[in-house]
Design a protein. Structure first.
Length: 290
């Protein structure tokens, strides 16, 4: 039994950390967007004596902690062998939500094969992301899809997520080395700055839910929290000549919206620039290959 599924990546522009004991209601508030680049997973399932999970990412066997944890939550005591082959469109540990996209695409495919409710795939992945320390708000945002405002933390229906119905082109550029989200969030003083800035940004975006305001608030958040490196700040400043750019949370990466061709040229000076769109369809099963 086989199935394929795609899950969009997700970019966070600003956020507030919100942890509670119930992991489905835990995570973050924030603003961001789901993008057309993400993860494609092909899953095959066979009967076995116990639950076995093998994961290959970009043609290499990987530990894939989040994918394994998510599938473990989804499948429980199933006596099956699950083989996952995932292809990522963007680098990991750069804020593009690749751990969430990889795990969720695998869970969506597995749930389709076994007739498990789609919501369970989201629940399993959200819990795994929090347990593994790789993300807080990616899965709730992907659940809603498009450009989102996470008004309250957690996976819907526990969390409230609104959509801004705009679909601009987005330019991405990786400008520095990877960042481990779990390491960043252990800094208590940094977490306090993030929460102050994130709470205010969410409130302002709810008052004026536009892409222009999202970009303005994201830029201010990146600078005022001190999260943006000198190179990220330089790329943001350069992007302002053709639109608006900000840091991808949490990565040494920049996303920008404006005059697309000019932004690609500008950001190419800092790293490989990639063009993508906003994904409003969310995680989905794909047709079988012909």
């Amino acid at each position: 039994m086989k199935a394929r599924a795609f899950c969009p990546g997700h970019i966070t522009g600003f956020f507030e950390i919100c942890r509670v004991d119930n992991l489905l209601a835990s995570g973050s508030k924030g603003g961001g967007l789901c993008i057309s680049l993400g993860a494609l997973s092909e899953v095959s399932i066979e009967r076995a004596d116990r639950l076995e999970i093998d994961v290959n990412i970009d043609r290499e066997p990987r530990e894939a902690e989040v994918t394994r944890a998510a599938l473990g939550h989804l499948l429980g005591e199933e006596q099956i062998h699950v083989n996952v082959t995932t292809e990522l469109d963007l680098p990991e540990s750069q804020g593009f939500g690749m751990s969430a996209a990889g795990a969720l695409s695998a869970c969506i495919a597995a749930s389709h094969i076994l007739g498990i409710a789609r919501q369970k795939a989201f629940e399993a992945t959200h819990v795994a992301e929090i347990e593994c320390g790789t993300g807080l708000g990616d899965v709730p945002a992907i659940h809603r899809a498009g450009i989102t405002i996470r008004e309250s933390p957690g996976l819907p229906p526990a969390g409230r997520v609104h959509r801004i119905d705009e679909t601009p082109e987005v330019v991405l550029a990786v400008v520095g080395p990877p960042i481990r989200t779990s390491d960043m969030l252990k800094d208590v003083e940094l977490a306090q700055r993030i929460n102050r800035g994130g709470a205010e940004s969410v409130s302002q975006l709810l008052d004026r839910p536009t892409v222009d305001d999202l970009m303005r608030l994201a830029s201010s958040f990146a600078l005022e929290t001190g999260l943006a490196s000198e190179r990220v700040v330089a790329a943001m400043d350069a992007a302002s000549a053709a639109g608006a750019g900000s840091m991808v949370m949490l990565g040494n990466s920049v996303f920008a919206i404006g005059r697309t061709e000019e932004l690609v040229d500008i950001l190419s000076a800092f790293g490989e620039a990639r063009l993508c769109g906003v994904d409003s369809a969310g995680a989905r099963v794909l047709p079988d290959r012909a």
